[in-house]
Design a protein around this ligand. Structure first.
Ligand SMILES: C[S@@+](CC[C@H](N)C(=O)[O-])C[C@H]1O[C@@H](n2cnc3c(N)ncnc32)[C@H](O)[C@@H]1O
Length: 456
């Protein structure tokens, strides 16, 4: 039992009132001068918490017992919840998840961007709270007793792979594909990659699943080598799951360097349809993770961008051209840039299929290409959708100084977005005009944001 005012120690148990939900899904409380992050606790609750770790100025705790429950608390639908590192908000009812994420975005903008009253709209929700993922990756690892397992990373111990029966974030037959792959691999004697010894074959299984066409592409990430049984596994997948249109292999050397890819069976891409656009998505290429919410995201992006018929738009990190096609229909010209060769090739196909002749795609690294692109006069708007690490500093500085009147920044990490908004504002005077959070990742703390920045 901890006395009021006494310093906290690992192992202490205390009663806490949870005031807030931190980014990452933990409840926040204050005790004896510490901020305590409590796993599994919700705002408005009173809980018995057990301190796990004490750091400078804050402590981490687990929730031993909920004494007064939040009306938004709900029974987690997944039996692996708590053990699996994939979801962290299943104990909060989905409508409340969206509101909590909006609050977190507001608080991150205050803390990291220095914006006290950021213009953040209500969170947009789209699609069902389960079975929404376009893509899932499962890793092979060694489970208890030295058995091979194919599953997801364990919560709190990400080096361990947890064997899972069914992941609720993905619609069927994704789980059946995972189960069959694990069983057949074992039966065919295909070894599992051992991270410590740096040997073994099978590393990761990727499943991409189109919601509208039903097509599925399976990617097997492996080490080098030529085991004939791998072809047999691919053929089994195509035979047992008629929706699997292709199985692709990506090879890595023992130092995790990418060596090359090859088609084991069928084709190396699938087609997804969003609001009338038939989009080619290559195996392993990025596509919006929530296919049911992708159309709504594109609408929000277009509303923020406000492209006009006479305007020229530069789009960085364009991927397979998902936003590009919609922007090109409403503007004079769009130049899209992405570093992935496969994504840019697909973007060109997608634009041609849509009959759009006013787009140009460049396959370049953004940091290298941007200074030249920004020198080309007459850019009216910039659309950017970087990976979760956000903008490289040199890219943010180049954007801050470029004479482009408006920028729309799409982000799946509000912390790096807030950091970049601060940089764009301090280095170039860009002002945040609006930010819309979209809850496209239900059951997890992740949130998509669309920010519109104007040159002051
Ligand atoms: C979040 S995805 C956005 C894709 C696209 N906007 C969409 O909606 O499908 C990020 C994209 O950035 C690209 N990318 C990552 N690093 C890059 C770099 N240094 N230069 C250019 N593109 C990069 C990736 O290939 C990926 O397609």
């Amino acid at each position: 039992m901890t006395r009021p005012g006494a310093p906290l120690r690992a192992g202490d148990e205390l009663t806490l009132d949870i005031a807030d939900l931190a980014f990452g899904g933990r409840g926040v409380a204050r005790a004896t001068g510490f901020v305590v992050f409590v796993e599994g606790a919700l705002p408005g609750e009173s809980v018995r918490a057990r301190v796990k770790r004490v750091k400078a100025g804050y402590a981490e705790a687990t929730c031993a017992q909920v004494l007064t429950s939040s009306p938004d608390r709900t029974a987690p639908p997944c039996p692996h919840y708590g053990e699996c590192g994939g979801c962290d908000l299943q104990h909060l009812a989905p409508p409340a998840q969206a509101g909590a994420k909006r609050n977190q975005v507001v608080s991150l903008l205050g803390r990291l961007a220095g914006l006290a009253d950021a213009p953040v709209t209500e969170a947009v929700t789209a699609g069902p709270p389960t079975g929404y993922r376009f893509r899932m990756d499962f890793d092979w690892g060694t489970g208890p007793g030295g058995h091979s397992v194919l599953g997801l990373h364990r919560a709190g111990r990400p080096a361990e792979i947890l064997a899972i029966d069914r992941c609720l974030l993905m619609a069927e037959p994704a789980n059946a594909i995972r189960r069959l792959t694990a069983e057949r691999a074992l039966r065919l004697g295909l070894g599992t990659w051992d991270r410590k010894r740096r040997r073994g074959l099978l590393r990761r299984l990727g499943i991409q699943m189109a919601r509208t066409t039903g097509e599925i592409v399976v990617t097997l990430e492996t080490s080098r080598g030529d085991p004939p049984a791998l072809g047999g596994l691919a053929r089994d997948l195509v035979r047992d799951f008629p929706r699997v249109v292709g199985v692709v292999r990506r090879e890595y050397d023992r130092y995790d360097r990418f060596v090359g890819d090859s088609i084991l069976c069928g084709r190396d891409h699938l087609f997804e349809e969003i609001d009338g656009d038939r989009l080619k998505v290559p195996a392993g290429a990025f596509f919006q993770p929530n296919a049911a919410g992708a159309g709504r995201l594109r609408e929000v992006v277009l509303q923020a961008l406000e492209p006009r018929a006479e305007e020229s738009i530069l789009e960085l990190f364009c991927g397979i051209g998902f936003f590009t096609l919609a922007a090109a229909r409403r503007s004079r010209r769009v130049v899209g840039l992405d570093v992935s060769r496969d994504a840019v090739a697909a973007a060109r196909d997608n634009a041609a299929r849509a009959g759009l002749g006013n787009v140009r795609f460049l396959c370049r690294d953004v940091a290298e290409a941007l200074p030249g692109l920004l020198q080309e006069a007459g850019r009216d708007a910039l659309l950017i959708d970087p990976p979760r690490t956000g903008l490289p500093r040199s890219v943010a500085l180049a954007i801050a100084r470029a004479p482009v009147p408006r920028t729309v920044y799409v982000s799946c990490d509000p912390a790096t977005l807030a950091r970049d908004i601060r940089l764009l504002s301090e280095a170039g005077g860009l002002r945040l005009r609006s930010l819309t959070p979209l809850d496209l990742f239900p059951q997890t703390h992740h949130v998509e944001c669309v920010a519109r920045l104007d040159r002051a």
